[in-house]
Design a protein around this ligand. Structure first.
Ligand code: ADP
Ligand code: ZN
Ligand code: ZN
Length: 723
């Protein structure tokens, strides 16, 4: 009996092992590899007569047979992801499994399973309970999917679905999808997801649902909401989370519960797309446009795209939801009235806000007409001041953290460059450091210019820290209606480094302690703030002229999402006698992006962008991949890519693939490593896939030749996000 397991090896060839007992594909095994013993997955198992052909094989050390084998659907997903993203099967399979599984012997695993089974709160299932649930065991009054209780608790949670929500749900039930839930910010998309999940779980007592969110830490609200909604009804442990903020034991517990079918809902980030869910029937991808669905290291997969593939493979319905869908998804979706029948996705539109709330009025401030060096225009400050007086909240959005992006000497021209990167170190006033946001290199701010000794080195430009300080100074003389001082707060990657800090800061905003919140894109996403009535983007222009063709798309969605934080509670606005406003300070007010934003007109923006991309032959009208090489010198990195390019001439699909010259990355050097990349593009996805598959072995071979010797690493990024 021979067992094949994918191994850690970069080549990803299946390795063969011997076993005296048959092992079904998907069985988890421990196998010897070199001098170590590693985790493997049985991929195929074939019988051999006698011990012929198996004598030279090493034997499987043990099977983790307390676990049922990984299902065929899961193995297909892993195989597809490996093939599509040009990685080895073993690498993808191992990355898809919880890390702790690698370290457990079959005895340890069996003990763990037994412990969990005896402490499980749901007697119906012999499987596992997630002990990480804050509610703990013993809360559940019923087994999974008890319909009577289901009906009751639904009433307890009852909000009547809006007409738009009801219509979206009806179409969701009637059709197979995949679906794009195109709903304005505040239209109640989450409620639609949760109702779709609830209906499925009540109807099918084994069914599982996967709910994916971009960054779970950003929306602690959601996790609580999902648990509240479903744990009473389907038992504690019915909901598990999967994301990188969890400890390895927590992740393993969640994974095991999903694999055993006991967890009915998995709520997770992009990694959750690989969760083993034997009865998966529904996948939700919330904020499907969010760039964090794209993994940026190792196998550079798009969890959104894999979710669509997985749904199709396993017969699970898929809902992609967004107020600002990715242009790819938008292009693939068809409007309800059936025009443009080309799209594969069913578009469910919810243009209105819950409670008939209006989307905020967008006000542009022409910065060309402001006095030089204006940070916040007088009109904007007035508007914020009025809100403070009424006890409402404002949000000021600036996508740059730190105090100032550069520190400079006016005498000699010295700037705070990072010695290890082709980038400036950012000045952080709070701890008086210069920090490189690329390699992390940090130093105390020098007392005087390191080049000429001038003591007057000054910050140039502005980040969130400086904006917070500035607002603090401006509003220092102002008092709130209760006489207390105005409270300015800041949320960004710096303010939230400590565990629990973000949740705490968000809670302070929700409770109304904060008057003005300054922050990066972290504050733009998903939050359901009830008292925010004004949002301002103070310096959004940079992204308009970026060399990255996706920059306008990202900016538009960020601004729409930011606007979506204002005026979410129509009742609150009415009782306050207030209006919701989104302020944009710009030098380019007539830019079509801002014009579309003013009208909240995503379709118009998308059409304009898609027209441009069609003409230019860019995604979604073409398919792209990047090959990147890192080396000590730019020349070494580029030489490797030149050689790779030359080697590709002979490939069968070369004529259908456009190859661009190797160029340095936008940030060319990081941590003393020079980076170069080469774009390849084709109008045919299949041609590009075949081309890349044929090219891979040549690249591996080149790495061993003199031209590849100095290369530190190379990689392929399929459907890259940043070019
Ligand atoms: P979105 O995700 O589309 O921005 P949410 O799902 O966060 O919107 O919903 C916005 C707000 O409206 C939330 O506070 C939510 O609880 C509330 N809500 C959603 N659906 C309804 C409904 N049918 N009736 C009353 N309130 C609702
Ligand atoms: Zn100087
Ligand atoms: Zn650096």
């Amino acid at each position: 009996m021979a067992v094949q397991t994918p191994a850690h090896s970069a080549l990803g060839n299946l390795l063969s092992y011997a076993s005296t007992v048959p092992m079904p594909p998907g069985t988890l095994v421990r196998v010897p590899l070199g001098r170590r013993e590693v985790l493997g997955v049985v991929w195929a198992c074939e019988e051999r007569s006698g011990d012929e052909g198996t004598r030279e094989l090493k034997a499987v050390a043990g099977a983790l047979d307390a676990l049922s084998p990984l299902a065929e659907g899961w193995r297909d997903l892993v195989a597809f992801a490996a093939r599509y993203y040009q990685r080895s099967l073993g690498e993808v399979a191992l990355a898809a499994l919880p890390p702790q599984l690698r370290d457990l012997t079959s005895q340890q695993l069996a003990r763990r399973l037994k412990r969990r089974a005896t402490s499980a709160s749901t007697p119906v299932d012999a499987g596992l309970s997630s002990q990480d649930s804050p509610r703990g065991a013993g809360q559940a009054q019923s087994g999974p999917g008890s319909p009577d209780l289901a009906a009751e608790t639904d009433v307890a949670h009852a909000v009547e679905p809006s007409a738009e929500q009801a219509a979206a749900l009806a179409r969701f039930e009637a059709e197979t999808g995949p679906f794009l839930l195109f709903g304005s910010t505040g239209s109640g998309k989450t409620e639609v997801y949760l109702r779709a999940v609830a209906a499925l779980l009540a109807r099918d007592h084994a069914a599982q649902a996967l709910i994916m969110v971009p960054e779970i830490n950003l929306t602690p609200q959601l996790e609580a909401r999902v648990r509240d909604r479903f744990e009473a009804r389907f038992g504690a442990g019915a909901v598990v989370s999967l994301h990188s903020g969890m400890t390895n034991p927590q992740r393993l517990a969640s994974w095991l519960a999903a694999h055993a079918g006991q967890a009915r809902i998995v709520l997770g980030t992009r990694m959750a797309v690989f969760a083993s869910m034997p009865s998966l029937k529904l996948i939700v991808v919330d904020e499907e446009h969010d760039p964090s669905y794209k993994q940026q290291e190792g196998a550079r997969y798009s969890a959104r795209d894999l979710a669509v593939w997985r749904g199709q493979r396993e017969g699970a319905k898929v809902i992609l939801g967004s107020a600002t869908p990715s242009l790819e998804t938008w292009h693939h979706s068809r409007p309800a009235d059936g025009e443009d029948p080309g799209g594969r996705y069913v578009r469910l539109a919810m243009p209105g806000r819950i409670g008939d709330g209006a989307l905020p009025t967008v006000r542009g401030v022409d910065m060309n007409l402001q006095p030089p060096k204006t940070v916040l225009s007088g009109a904007l400050l007035d508007a914020i001041g009025q809100r403070i007086a009424r006890g409402e909240q404002s949000m000021v959005f600036l996508n740059r953290r730190g105090y100032a992006p550069v520190l400079a000497c006016a005498d000699c021209g010295w700037k705070s460059e990072c010695p290890h990167c082709s980038a400036y170190r950012v000045f952080h006033k709070i701890d008086r450091t210069l920090r490189c946001h690329h390699c992390g290199f940090t130093e105390r701010v020098p007392r005087a210019c390191p080049a000429c000794g001038n003591p007057d080195i000054a910050p140039v430009g502005r980040g969130t820290e400086r904006l917070e300080e500035h607002l603090g100074e401006l509003f220092a003389p102002v008092k709130r209606s209760d006489g207390s001082p105005v409270r300015i707060a800041r949320i960004d990657a710096d303010s939230t480094r400590k565990q629990g800090a973000l949740a705490q800061q968000l809670a302070e905003v929700h409770s109304g302690e904060v008057d003005v919140l300054v922050g990066t894109q972290m504050i733009a996403k998903g939050h359901d703030f009830r008292r925010v009535t004004l949002v301002a983007a103070v310096n959004p222009d940079g992204a308009l002229f970026s060399s990255d063709f996706r920059a306008p798309e990202r900016l538009f969605s960020l601004l729409m999402q930011s606007a979506g934080r204002a005026g979410r509670d129509a009742n609150y606005l009415a009782t306050q006698g207030s209006t919701a406003e989104m302020w944009i300070q710009t030098h380019h007010g007539s830019h079509p992006l801002f014009q579309a934003l003013k009208r909240h007109d995503y379709p118009a923006f998308a059409k304009q962008q898609l027209d441009e991309r069609r003409v230019a032959g860019m995604p979604p009208f073409a398919f792209q991949a990047l090959v990147r090489a890192d080396a000590r010198t730019q020349e070494t990195a580029q030489d490797f890519l030149h050689a790779a390019n030359a080697a590709a001439d002979a490939l069968p699909h070369a004529a259908q693939v456009m190859r661009y010259p190797a160029v340095p990355l936008a940030i060319q050097r990081v941590a003393n490593v020079e980076r170069a990349q080469m774009l390849v593009e084709s109008a045919s996805r299949v041609a590009l896939q075949r081309f890349l598959a044929d090219w891979q072995p040549l690249l591996h071979a080149l790495r061993r030749e003199p031209v590849g010797k100095g290369v530190i690493r190379w990689l392929v990024d399929v459907d890259p996000h940043a070019i």
